[in-house]
Design a protein around this ligand. Structure first.
Ligand code: UDP
Ligand code: MG
Length: 159
């Protein structure tokens, strides 16, 4: 059950100065950051990361969103990390994301990235949706030597 999942603070989260707040949420529940970097996604890389969404009605807005500034990418390790991180992130849509989740507390709808229904979303953060997605996304985003194995203070003190 020890899993590593990918989290991105998307360009809108970086621009709003929410990087520290977002990282802090994962640290506070005991997740371990094993990789972290800032990276400016281009259109080719966006197609690789969001390959499942290429061709959908919202893709052009999504591409604009993810390429308009640097992201902060993190590999986050923990027991049931994929499921727990998604729970803290909240749902895709700001309007249905519960308060207390990152998206519920900070994300909003926007006319900037309109989809076919005429409204887009700025939801600040990406997190792998399931274990298979997490494995392929970690491989896409991090080289082996960019991932670090170490003990947290809690692990050291309980040995
Ligand atoms: N997205 C959008 N409109 C939609 C659905 C998705 O703009 O109707 C964007 C949004 O930024 C979302 C991303 O596409 O975070 C990926 O969509 P997915 O369904 O994988 O949602 P997530 O896993 O990010 O919650
Ligand atoms: Mg997804």
């Amino acid at each position: 059950m020890l899993e590593t999942t990918l989290v991105l603070v998307k360009p809108d989260g970086v621009q709003r100065g929410l990087v520290g707040e977002i990282i802090s949420r994962f640290e506070k529940i005991g997740m371990k950051i094993t990789g972290m970097k800032m990276f400016w996604v281009d259109k080719d890389f966006a197609k690789k990361h969001y390959s499942a969404h290429v061709g959908k009605s919202f893709y052009s807005g999504l591409e604009k969103n993810i390429t308009e500034g640097p992201v902060v990418a993190m590999a986050i390790e923990g027991l049931h990390a994929v499921e727990i991180v998604r729970k803290i992130v909240g749902g895709t849509e700001p309007r249905t994301s519960p308060p207390g989740t990152i998206r519920g507390d900070y994300s909003h709808h926007s006319y900037e990235y309109c989809n076919s229904k005429g409204i887009g979303i700025k939801n600040l953060i990406h997190a792998s949706g399931n274990i298979a997605e997490a494995k392929s996304e970690i491989k896409l985003w991090f080289k082996k030597d960019e991932l670090h194995s170490y003990k947290t203070v809690h692990e050291i003190h309980t040995m």
